[in-house]
Design a protein around this ligand. Sequence first.
Ligand SMILES: [Ca+2]
Ligand SMILES: [Ca+2]
Length: 405
Amino acid sequence: MRKLFIVTVFTVILSATFLYGDRNFGVSADKDNNDMDEFITGVEAEIEHEPEQPPLHLIKLPYGFHIELYAEGVASARAMALSPNNTVFVGSFGAGNIYALRDHDRDMFAEDVVEIEDGLNMPVGLAFWGKDLYVSGGREIWKYEDIERTLKPDTKVLITGIFPDDHGGYHGWKFIDFGPDGKLYVPQGAPCNICEEDNPLYSSITRMNPDGSDLEVYAAGIRNSVGFAWHPVTKELWFTDNGRDELGDDIPPDELNYAPKPGMHFGFPYCHGEGILEEELEHDRACGEFTPPAQQLGPHVASLGMTFYDGQMFPEEYRNNIFIAEHGSWNRSKFIGYRITRVRIEGNKAVSYEVFAEGWLQGQERWGRPVDVLVMPDGSLLVSDDYGDRIFRITYNAPQESEGG
Ligand SMILES: [Ca+2]
Ligand SMILES: [Ca+2]
């Protein structure tokens, strides 16, 4: 099925290239005749090479849920965002790329992974404002206007370059998103495992207008948030925060936090979780001064992307629950995380924390690391994986009543 499709795409691209010369059809902008030989060879090689199927049978899900492959070859896939035309865009880490995943025949497998930009500095986060794609770098935020018009932008607009870049390998990359207030929210992690810093941008979530003006700190005392979302009904902000390392296997917890208004402080670097006072720094602060997490997550699970489930495909009990992508631990003798967890919300309280999807970790062996979660228009849930360079899709089919009850 997929082989047949690749051959078809190849024929279309080849015809189009002959018809329109050097125009770009998602392959490369400047193929001359010599390159065309290479190009043909490359496509044939792709036809010969059936991609290795990931071991999806290892993933455990609640009854009635299924997982399948949505895209592959998405090198170091990080955050995902939906365009106004419902195209999935994906940022990346070391690869430095931005991708658009195109599913031409609408069979919910994106066979066309278009690399729309490369050579960027950790373009981890992306978000749409109208037709414009915003992308985070280490210290900058960029805008690509009307990105879907060509998928091959030749210009980008600098929105801001204000973020510090002296984070020494810690937390410089950024998840970003637009809030219901029309502001762009951008976190800035701490430049360390544990430290006090004078620059108020560190350890915060900031927000700004879409043109970069009026930048302010929205929430403080956050070690490193790599995912946030607004409740579909209350429009209030919830975010994940990664706890510090080197305190042993079981503390501190990662955190899910609730920030309904600006000006709140969530404890870092003085207090971790619900009451672990920092002892490495000299200070006279108490945990009672700060806002505790709405939900303590597993220690060192590396909670990254999160979303509220506002789709229609999953059972009603999932509506407005939070899914969290847990990238998985490194600072722990036994790995933990490598899974999708679910948090139920009642009012403005988190009332449960449970595993939704797991199996990317087998013993101490891992074959995938979830980074971000995205609810698709049909209600399915996409999961990005920067270890296997893949995007997965989780669906739900109501189990049929078996005969005789
Ligand atoms: Ca397809
Ligand atoms: Ca905290």
